[in-house]
Design a protein around this ligand. Structure first.
Ligand code: SF4
Ligand code: SF4
Length: 359
């Protein structure tokens, strides 16, 4: 059984959320995972241009200060995305980070894009997964001494939800690694629903979609040999004309993300702390250029040294507060619990936890 510390949203004079975050750092034992002069990667997401629900920079700045207090050398980091958008290479990524409020001046630490200019800087790490035996971890994360993983909980169209597992597994992989995780996902267009508007073509990073047919019979077609399975088109199509044959495929993708966590955390098992933000929990993830209204009331911040425990506790709290299986109600085809179950099965932590309120 692992400890999960919980700061709820209730605040009082001299006891705001930033004070509570500092207390969570003490309770989770930041000083025990960080040694003097350790390079400490604070892993978060800078979100896309237009996104508004990501973890606000003031929380990141507080974490930077806490890491410095215990002797670490912090930097704030993420890796490039697979899809076309505001974070597909390091230059654009840094511009997006700055536009969303993340700079050296605002965070108090350097910002580093972990897999380099084009997303090709990685180290191959051997693992004993059931699907993969090697994973491509962004070199900056590989070279870090310790991690502080700050994850914003959201829904996710293919994983069911995004939390610490996705932040580490997908977020610490190079672009090639991300492609490996998405490789089973091949959507197809339903011609009867498609209006040939072309929106999906604009967003496809692989040039895999074209309009075929004539006159009123026109529709989009996906070339499966070119498709890299990023899933952008499925969300961009507001006619719901693009679907993925889900059964089995998504479970495989969920498992690969977990196996990427095994590679990212290998050798650093005692050098990681996880912080899950159950604030502004939106149906879609922070990889989109908008955020819909929150799906549940704000709950608070969790902290743990156990990745599986913090994920299980987060899902339990979200389900309890919403009165339903929250992410299943948004994405009925995906069972997000399977992500957590597989992480436990692969030895990344325990589903048994003790929730300790810090108020
Ligand atoms: S976005 Fe949807 S409706 Fe528009 S072309 Fe693509 S599949 Fe068809
Ligand atoms: S067809 Fe869809 S899933 Fe495939 S690469 Fe293009 S946007 Fe991504």
């Amino acid at each position: 059984m692992s400890e999960v510390y919980f700061a709820n949203m209730r605040c009082a004079p001299n006891r705001g959320m930033l004070v509570k975050l500092s207390e969570l750092c003490r309770r989770v034992g930041l000083k025990d995972i960080i040694e003097e002069r350790d390079f400490v990667a604070i892993k978060t997401s800078f979100s896309e241009p237009g996104g508004t629900a990501y973890i606000p920079v003031i929380y990141i700045r507080t974490m930077v200060e806490e890491v410095k207090k215990v002797g670490g050398r912090p930097f704030v980091s993420d890796s490039n995305t697979l899809y076309v958008g505001g974070r597909a290479h390091a230059l654009r990524h840094l511009q997006t980070a700055a536009a969303n409020g993340f700079t050296m001046e605002t965070t108090g630490a350097p910002i580093i894009i972990a897999d380099g200019l084009r997303g090709h800087d990685f180290v191959e790490v051997e693992i004993e997964g059931r699907i993969l035996n090697k994973v491509k971890i962004a070199s900056t994360f590989y070279q870090s001494d310790a991690f502080v993983v700050m994850s914003h909980l959201t829904g996710h169209e293919f994983m069911g939800y995004g939390g610490a597992i996705k932040n580490v597994g997908m977020g610490m992989a190079s672009r090639g690694g991300k492609q490996q995780m998405h490789s089973d996902i091949k959507p197809a267009v339903n011609p009867e629903r498609c209006t040939a508007c072309g929106k999906c073509i604009e967003w496809c990073p692989a040039g895999a979609i074209s309009i075929v047919g004539k006159g009123k019979e026109k529709y989009a077609k996906i070339d499966r040999s070119l498709c890299i399975g990023c899933g952008e088109c499925t969300v961009m199509c507001f006619k719901a004309a693009i679907q993925v044959r889900l059964t089995g495929v998504l479970e495989n993708a969920q498992k690969k993300v977990v196996e990427y966590c095994m590679g990212a955390l290998k050798g650093k098992e005692n050098k990681v702390a996880f912080f899950n933000f159950l604030i502004n929990v939106t149906p879609d993830c922070d990889c989109w250029n908008y955020n819909d209204a929150r799906a549940v009331e704000d709950i608070g911040i969790l902290a743990s040294r156990d990745m599986v425990s913090i994920e299980q506790a987060s899902l339990d709290l979200l389900n309890e507060r919403s009165g339903k299986d929250l992410f299943r109600s948004i994405y009925p085809a995906v069972d997000c619990q399977k992500q957590v179950d597989y992480a436990a099965e692969m030895g990344l932590g325990s589903k048994e936890y003790e929730l300790i309120g810090i108020d």
